[in-house]
Design a binder for this molecule. Structure first.
Ligand code: ATP
Ligand code: MG
Length: 392
């Protein structure tokens, strides 16, 4: 029996006259997500994407890849058959026999975009439903909340049969590439990978910068950040990672600035350097993983001091979320297990015992002014390592 994969898109439907542009982008992204794993044909009709003509054993990986492409809201496997009632009945009985053999409730729904098909949707449902009811004595019809929804779609190219209750939820959002570029400040923590995923979900191309304090943080910590970037790249198809040597800046701050200001001054350096990298890369915004009040450096006063050094939008998609909600997201997108690996981050190594929680811009500006800010930044920027990361 021939099987294909169907995917439906979501928000693109609201795009009016621009819809074809977004559809083309989505198709390109789907082809890109599949190009190294399978040869297949990708087409789009009426908000549905059809993946066909692939090796049978590749179907699971196709479903998995599509479920990570932004713009798609659902993915499902379906059997294809000829557009006549005998073929449709036989295919539904055979293809769905595992589902229909257990005691369960079911209903049949039909969509008929090929109006030349002799039965209308209601007639098709009645006929196919009656047939399946006879074939499988243990199933019972329930039109309100069935365990199994047998879908029969009659399209130009053939009839498609599947159990709609088994469709897999997609990522939603907008296709990558529809929303220019942003630079994510990616630590090894739980929050920033989630923040990056959320902004990428809106169609934004994401690149990432990580501040690295060798030898205070180990090679393993760097590998952890690269692995987090790789997991994000499964959704974005590629991610460019800039690794910035941060040790000299941290040592200079520790030597010359009050300990309680350490974190904030460090964060201001991160923001300034990230903005420079972002501008050079053509990014229009920074993305960070703060949520209000989570730690001392995330009070509103602290965020004011940190963000004041940057003259581009700073997107903080987690700003109103609880840690529990962020963890749930991290688990869903697959970054959590990597984020909790116990390698030191550059901030944790240099954390003050009693950080300021109600800082003023003027105070921090004064205490950091003893540093050669331009010189330290230039030195860090000259040592940046750039790595392009792809899904496995
Ligand atoms: P995360 O879980 O993302 O590390 P956090 O709760 O530990 O966040 P902070 O350490 O205060 O928060 O960092 C706030 C944000 O600053 C992070 O979400 C991230 O965007 C950025 N950031 C922190 N450390 C680094 C780093 N070493 N490299 C790049 N960005 C960083
Ligand atoms: Mg952190």
């Amino acid at each position: 029996m021939k099987e294909i994969v169907l995917a439906k898109y979501g928000e693109i439907i609201l795009k009016g006259g621009n819809r074809p542009k977004f559809e083309r982008l989505l198709i390109d992204n789907i082809k890109d997500a599949l190009k190294n794993v399978v040869r297949c044909r990708v087409t789009l009709t009426q908000a549905t994407i059809y993946i066909e003509e692939f090796d049978e054993d590749k179907i699971d990986i196709i479903v998995d890849r599509l479920s990570k492409v932004f713009g798609i809201v659902s993915v499902t496997r379906a059997a294809v058959c000829e557009k006549n009632m005998d073929a449709i009945k036989e295919t539904a009985r055979e293809y769905l026999k595992d589902d229909l053999s257990a005691p369960a409730t079911f209903k049949v729904e039909a969509k008929r975009s090929d109006k030349a098909f002799p039965l209308n949707s209601v007639q098709l449902c009645i006929e196919l439903g009656g047939y399946l009811d006879d074939c499988f004595p243990n199933i019972q019809c329930d039109v309100h909340d069935p365990d199994i929804t047998v879908m029969a779609e009659i399209r130009e190219a053939g009839a498609y049969i599947y159990n709609r209750n088994k469709k897999i939820k997609g990522q939603g959002g907008m296709p990558i590439g529809s929303g220019s570029k942003a630079m994510l400040l990616l630590s090894g923590g739980i929050d920033s990978p989630v923040a990056g995923h959320m902004i990428a979900k809106r169609g934004v191309t994401v690149e990432a910068v990580n501040f690295f304090s060798f030898p205070y943080t180990s090679e393993r910590a760097k590998e952890k950040v690269i692995e987090l970037a790789r997991i994000i790249s499964c959704y974005t198809s590629k991610i460019r990672l800039y690794i910035v040597p941060f040790t000299d800046i941290q040592l200079a701050i520790r030597e010359k600035c009050p300990e309680e200001h350490m974190t904030l001054i460090m964060r201001r350096f991160m923001m300034r350097i990230s903005e420079k990298i972002a501008r050079k890369a053509g990014a229009k915004a920074l993305v960070t993983g703060e949520s209000v009040g989570q730690v001392a450096s995330q009070t509103l006063a602290a965020l004011d001091v940190t963000n004041a050094v940057v003259d581009m939008p700073i997107l903080q998609p987690l700003i109103g979320m609880d840690k529990i909600e962020v963890i749930k997201r991290a688990e869903e997108i697959g970054t959590y297990e990597t984020s909790i690996l116990p390698y030191e981050d550059c901030c944790t190594v240099f954390t003050p015992k009693h950080p300021t929680i109600n800082p003023k811009r003027a105070t921090i500006e004064r205490t950091e002014s003893v540093l050669d800010i331009d010189g330290l930044e230039a030195a860090a920027l000259s040592g940046v390592e750039v790595i392009d990361i792809y899904p496995e």
